[in-house]
Design a protein around this ligand. Structure first.
Ligand code: SAH
Length: 383
């Protein structure tokens, strides 16, 4: 699929000297690694549990493996997660990390605790190629795809911070994962898929497919495969009700226009009323937020098991857009509700720590460049 090869030209993630990353290996590769080190195949299962169930950070802790095997492991492999370059906790409990990968590239991760769940928002790429006009990540250069280990490593780092090892069965803080951070996950499908298979494995991190949501701007050719192979929940960044507007704000629409995208949604494996597709819709003042837009949106989605997430636009310095007024957002939501479309407004979280969409990474880049640009005060927005 040429679309999936889209980012293949980017450099692979760096290795740690001669030692390889153990996190991110799938069961077959872990079996191979164990054999190479001269151990019987069943050791791979034990190793897997140490890595993904116990979250071991050190080979020395792996008590049921022989001392000499542990030493050989430590010579050949590392258990590194991405590094937390910064960690902030908001007054509302939202946590945000700026992650540094081994080559110095950075991405963000956010954890949002709610009464009935705790959602971790992770990144799939450093930067993004999509250049959505309202998204700050789109203004940053894509550096590369994240590897499976760097994607799984985000979940493991969050578990480290939350103290959730060994992988708890009940009473988990981290219950859900959304691939809604930096990057387009369906342009890094192979690595995302391998990472999610590891995350879903019941002998390890053990988060089920119903608890994982992949958000895409609409890479149509990869959607079916994602549904068939991973079976995760799908979120689609729709953001407009006409091709003219969507062409402008989500340029990927020129390749896969709304009608094609919605056909792919109708065909998404496993989609039904109990398992609806989430349509994300960022509220942009005067761009996509009219009554006619709400009506068109309801019409477009009328035969798709759908819910709509209305997202107040998060402004960033230099953006041409503003967030719709609170009254407008409520009216838009009411119009959808009248047409039997569930459309909760996503309540902004972690505003005091800029826990939204490219803001922390860009803030740190600005600091590094010692630029004098000041951040918009997000608390000054109407929402
Ligand atoms: N590439 C994927 C996932 C990353 S973006 C996608 O497009 O879905 C995750 C979500 O954040 C998308 O719905 C995106 O449109 C939204 N988003 C990006 N910038 C935003 C901003 N400044 N304010 C509000 N939402 C934004």
């Amino acid at each position: 699929m040429s679309q999936l090869a889209h980012t293949d030209a980017f450099a692979p993630p760096p290795e740690t000297g001669a030692r390889r990353h153990l996190i991110g290996l799938d069961p077959a590769a872990m079996g191979e690694a164990v054999r190479e080190l001269g151990e019987p195949a069943f050791r791979a299962k034990q190793l897997w549990q140490w890595v993904y169930h116990h979250g071991a950070r050190d080979f020395a802790a792996m008590r049921n493996l022989s001392k000499s095997f542990r030493a050989r492991l430590a010579e050949a492999f590392v258990l590194d997660r991405p590094e937390a370059a910064s960690h902030q906790v908001s007054g509302d409990g939202t946590q945000k990390w700026l992650l540094s990968f081994a080559d110095g590239n950075q991405a963000e991760m956010v954890y949002i605790p709610e009464a009935d769940r705790g959602t971790l928002c992770i990144s799939s790429q450093v930067g993004c190629t999509l250049t959505c006009r309202f998204c700050h990540t789109g203004t940053q250069r894509l550096v590369r795809n994240l590897s499976p280990g760097e994607i799984v490593g985000q979940v493991m780092l969050a578990r480290d911070f939350l103290g959730e090892w060994p992988s708890p069965k009940d009473e988990r803080g981290l219950t859900n994962i959304v691939l809604m951070g930096m990057g387009e996950p369906l342009y890094n499908y192979e690595n995302v898929a391998q990472a999610m298979r590891i995350v879903m494995d019941p002998h390890g991190i053990a988060l089920g497919k119903r608890r994982i949501t992949l958000s895409t701007a609409g890479v149509v050719p990869a959607m079916r495969r994602c549904g068939e192979e991973l079976g995760v929940n799908l979120a689609v960044s729709l953001h407009a009700t006409t091709d003219a507007v969507r062409d402008r704000i989500v340029p990927l629409n020129r390749k896969y226009p709304i009608a094609e995208l919605l056909d792919a949604c109708r065909a998404y494996p496993g989609v039904h009323n109990a398992r609806r597709i989430t349509f994300e819709y960022v509220m942009l003042d005067g761009v996509n937020d009219s009554d006619a837009d709400a009506e068109r949106l309801a019409e477009l989605l009328k035969d798709i098991p759908a819910k709509v997430n209305l997202i107040p636009f998060n402004p960033w310095p230099g953006t041409e857009f503003a967030c719709s007024s609170w009254e407008r957002i409520e009216r838009f939501s009411d119009l959808l509700a009248e047409r039997h479309l569930s459309a909760p407004v996503r309540r902004p979280r972690g505003r005091d720590i800029l826990a939204a969409c490219g803001q922390l990474k860009s803030a740190s880049e600005r600091q590094r460049r010692a630029a004098r640009t000041t951040l918009n005060d997000p608390a000054a927005r109407p929402v």
